[in-house]
Design a protein around this ligand. Structure first.
Ligand code: ADP
Length: 264
């Protein structure tokens, strides 16, 4: 990525602790560029989800600075309704557990929520619902209550809810968790199509099998909550010692580049 392009996100010495004195992120320095699709990789508990939430403005660094779209992102700024509304339109967050995201009586109401918040007219809202449901293949589900859907269907509805706002950047937390193989395959293909449409996709995962398909850049978090490595999927997956060291593979794993498998 050209260094002339302004970064979308910049983190300078960012640390975070849920409990004082027990950091779950330590001194993270990062610059993320538009259309540079990123995977944050690390063992369970390494801090991936927290880093994703910091980038999305859902939690705020205990120390250090973050800027997004050229402006400093602080708790105070996000309390300004105009700033919050613009920021929320530009980024979408897909939670690991779709149930945390779905609360309306029907899928149609879920999909209407974001465009209504954006102040679109009734016709425009309906148009967004129809287009997005079609894109995700969930039109037959529109009148169903979300809580009665399967895990894969809920994931599609959660994605649709975020996409109705047409964000530039999509954050996904462990998106393949709990999905059957066919839905996982569909998801990876769908994310690739979003990237081709110009979205920036930032994904936290420990699922090595999806990384090469959805990322040009990988940041690896160590279990001590620091950045262990930053490179292309090829560079990261060529470094078996690194993957062992950060607990992403076991020494008996049959791991190979281009179809990562973890039998650990
Ligand atoms: P990952 O996504 O890599 O599994 P997380 O960012 O979810 O890691 O969590 C990092 C660490 O922070 C873990 O030790 C986890 O138990 C702890 N943690 C996460 N959320 C909370 C919370 N709300 N309160 C206290 N500790 C938390």
């Amino acid at each position: 990525m050209s260094k002339q392009t302004a970064p979308l996100f910049q983190l300078a010495d960012v640390s975070y602790a849920y409990i004082p004195g027990h950091p779950v992120l330590s001194d993270i320095n990062l610059q993320l560029y538009p259309a540079q699709n990123l995977v944050i990789l690390g063992a369970n508990g390494s801090g991936k989800s927290t880093l994703l939430k910091i980038l999305a403005g859902l939690v705020h660094p205990t120390s250090g600075q973050i800027s997004a779209f050229g402006q400093e992102l602080t708790e105070k700024k996000l309390q300004d309704p105009a700033f919050l509304s613009e920021f929320r339109q530009r980024v979408g967050f897909i939670f690991q557990n779709s149930d945390a995201q779905l609360f309306s009586a029907t899928v149609r109401d879920e999909l209407a929520f974001a465009p209504l918040q954006l102040g679109l007219s009734a016709e425009q809202v309906e148009q967004r619902i129809i287009e997005t449901a079609d894109l995700l293949g969930i039109t037959p589900l529109l009148d169903r209550p979300p809580y009665k859907l399967s895990g894969g269907e809920k994931k599609k509805v959660a994605l649709a809810c975020v996409l109705t706002a047409n964000p530039e950047v999509l954050f996904l937390d462990e998106p393949t968790n709990g999905l059957d193989p066919r839905t996982q395959f569909w998801l990876v293909e769908f994310l690739a199509s979003l990237q081709n449409a110009g979205k920036t996709i930032i994904t936290a995962t420990h699922d090595l099998s999806i990384v090469e398909e959805i990322a040009q850049r990988v940041i690896v978090l160590r279990e001590n909550h620091t950045v262990a490595a930053d490179g292309t999927p090829f560079e990261i997956f060529s470094d078996r010692e690194l993957l062992l060291d950060v607990n992403l593979i076991h020494e008996r794993s049959h791991f190979h580049i281009g179809g990562a498998k973890n039998h650990g």
